[in-house]
Design a protein around this ligand. Structure first.
Ligand code: HEM
Length: 322
């Protein structure tokens, strides 16, 4: 990558966080469209324009940089080892190839590529990092659950006929308890707490008349802590998912960390692979302790588009000597 992009990369994470945080801020246009003009007076509109311009400029640089590279790229590991292959193709190379070879039925423009990249990075960075922080926070607060999850992971990875040095997806598919830990974490700490919809017709719901075209916010966080539908809703009990193996599609309207229906999170499968794989590695190769002097972990949350820990998680890893 050119220096321009490398430098930009360093700034991209904070820029992305700024962009995502703006989405969580109140604006009149969304809640009272008739008062949308107030957003210009409060400075909200210019803040949105500024951050959009910065994100757009960064993505333009990334795309230009990829277009300029004259390298032969491989999209998998199947190359013949010849000197022509300088590196594996990344997601931008692949999207540019799809564009160049006109693989789609519509004109796939640079704007489409930028939108795809933004969706992936905005939707898929903080959500996954935050989920992992909550997984480890809950496990450290519940040593018996941590031990049970570690025993499962280590039995599958370290105690087979052949001791492995890495964990693959086939191993993960056998980690039933770890999957329950991830589900329970997503139930209690849904990183994306609301789902937005616009009504396509007049509806009556719970005694309220909701006119067509109303923006409705569904509080997924509250659904997954509702005492009417969950036993001990505030407790961290992964076993509840052994007893009731709810999937992630949200069709029961009870367990909805990725939303539900046609606008269900498109990154769900990728997210689960990443969270489960990283969590399994953390549990397999290390034991985890609170830093010296810390007796109880602070579990305060920051409410934004993504519900993060108020204080970043700090734990001490101890190499597993098994
Ligand atoms: C633990 C990780 C994640 C959680 C908990 C999560 C959760 C959600 C939720 C609740 C929604 C709203 C769905 C609805 O309204 O029904 C959503 C939408 C979305 N997510 Fe995720 N997500 C995660 C990871 C990802 C990843 C990895 C990506 C992309 C690579 C992604 C991309 C998106 C996009 C683009 C949307 C908007 C979809 C639309 O409006 O049609 N998410 N996500």
């Amino acid at each position: 990558m050119s220096d321009g992009v490398s430098n930009g990369e360093k700034n991209f994470v904070p820029l992305l966080r700024r962009a995502v945080d703006i989405l969580a801020q109140f604006c009149f246009q969304d809640s009272f469209p008739i008062l949308g003009w107030v957003d210009a007076l409060t400075g909200f509109d210019s803040k949105v324009r500024k951050v959009s311009r910065e994100v757009n400029d960064f993505l333009d640089t990334v795309i230009d940089d990829h277009k300029k590279r004259v390298v032969v790229v491989a999209e998998d590991d199947s190359h013949d080892g010849s000197d022509h292959v300088e590196r594996q193709a990344d997601i931008v190379d692949i999207l540019l190839r799809v564009q160049k070879e006109r693989e789609l039925e519509f004109n796939f423009t640079d704007a489409n590529i930028k939108a795809t990249l933004l969706d992936m990075f905005a939707g898929g960075t903080d959500t996954i990092a935050t989920t992992l922080e909550w997984v480890m926070s809950e496990l450290v607060r519940h040593p018996t659950i941590m031990k049970k999850a570690q025993e499962e992971v280590r039995r599958i990875v370290l105690m087979g006929s052949e001791r492995k040095s890495g964990i693959d997806e086939a191993d993960i598919s056998r980690m039933e308890y770890l999957k329950c830990v991830v589900k329970e974490t997503l139930r209690l700490h849904a990183p994306a707490p609301v789902s937005l919809r616009k009504t396509s017709e007049d509806v009556k719901l719970g005694g309220f008349d909701i006119p067509e075209g109303t923006m409705v916010m569904i509080n997924l966080w509250a659904v997954m802590r509702d005492p009417e539908i969950w036993e001990q809703p505030e407790s961290f009990v992964p076993e509840r998912f052994l007893a009731e193996p709810l999937d992630f599609k949200g069709q029961t309207g009870k367990f909805v960390p990725f939303g539900a229906g046609r606008r269900l999170c498109p990154g769900m499968t990728l997210a689960l692979v990443e969270v489960e794989l990283v969590a399994a590695n953390l549990l397999c190769w290390f034991d985890w302790e609170l830093p010296e002097g810390v007796v109880d972990l602070d579990m305060s949350e920051i409410n934004s588009v993504v519900i993060r820990r108020e204080t970043p998680l700090s734990l001490v890893p101890v190499l597993n000597s098994e």
